[in-house]
Design a protein around this ligand. Structure first.
Ligand code: NAG
Ligand code: NAG
Ligand code: NAG
Ligand code: NAG
Length: 211
């Protein structure tokens, strides 16, 4: 009985460890607008905010060559256009230059979620995702599963898009970024409602490093 109880306790412990949220610091570090970013709940939640003075963002400490990347996100509940809440994989050169990029981005805060893929600097693969929920009401899980042949986009464990790379396409090493910023192609920001705050939790990465 003692052994049974001990194994039960061990089992419960293992399950809890396997499903508990990873802290931000394990995989991520601030990127920009650090005075518009808060790490709360013992490191398990990050808040990114934008007002007229700045937006903010964070990035993974490492680069990867494939893997599963997951976050829970709750976007700002204040309605505006022009503010992008994003979670994406991007190559080292950044958005200017010959780069690869795999995006989840909320356009404004009315619940419009777009996915996009840049391969060798070629984008224009935007697709909107139909969410059956209000992404500002609760946290939902957004997942990018990136392998040599394809990218699977999932929301709450449901596949919302599969992108197949061209045959023999070689991806660059990518790192993860999550940012809150503004841009006119996504509408006009109603700055009178600022700041707009988005919330990130459940920082999960199971990636392979390059080499
Ligand atoms: C968030 O960060 C700002 C700037 O670093 C700080 O002044 C503020 O107290 C923080 N708020 C919370 C709730 O931690
Ligand atoms: C939601 O906001 C986006 C970005 O501003 C805009 O393109 C889209 O038309 C809006 N959708 C609705 C249903 O208002
Ligand atoms: C990610 O994709 C790979 C390749 O398609 C697949 O083998 C793996 O099971 C997927 N992982 C998850 C967590 O869905
Ligand atoms: C706060 C913030 O980042 N504002 C930016 C909104 O977009 C314009 C145009 O790109 C920038 O000039 C602002 O800095």
């Amino acid at each position: 009985m003692g052994i049974a109880r001990a194994s039960l306790i061990l089992l419960v412990f293992v399950v809890v460890v396997a499903t508990s949220d990873e802290v931000f610091d394990k995989y991520y570090q601030p990127l920009w607008g650090t005075d518009h970013m808060n790490v709360t709940d013992q490191g398990k939640e990050v808040q990114l905010r934008i007002d007229t003075s700045s937006g903010s963002g964070f990035k993974s400490k490492q680069e990867y060559c494939s893997g599963v990347f997951r976050m829970q996100i709750k976007i700002s509940e204040k309605i505006t256009g022009g503010v992008i809440t994003s979670f994406y994989l991007i190559s080292g050169g950044g958005a200017n230059g010959n780069h690869d990029e795999i995006d989840f981005e909320f356009l404004g805060t009315n619940g419009t979620l777009q996915t996009n893929v840049f391969a060798n600097d070629e984008g224009h693969r935007e697709e909107l995702v139909k969410l059956g929920f209000n992404p500002s009401a609760d946290f939902h899980t957004y997942e990018l599963n990136w392998s040599a042949k394809k990218i699977v986009f999932k929301v709450d464990d449901k596949t919302v898009r599969t992108f197949n790379y061209p045959v023999n396409y070689k991806s660059r090493p990518l790192h993860v970024e999550a940012t809150v910023w503004n841009v006119s192609w996504a509408g006009t920001v109603d700055w009178s409602k600022a700041p707009f705050t988005s919330y990130y939790r459940g920082f999960y990465i199971n990636g392979t490093s390059c080499k």
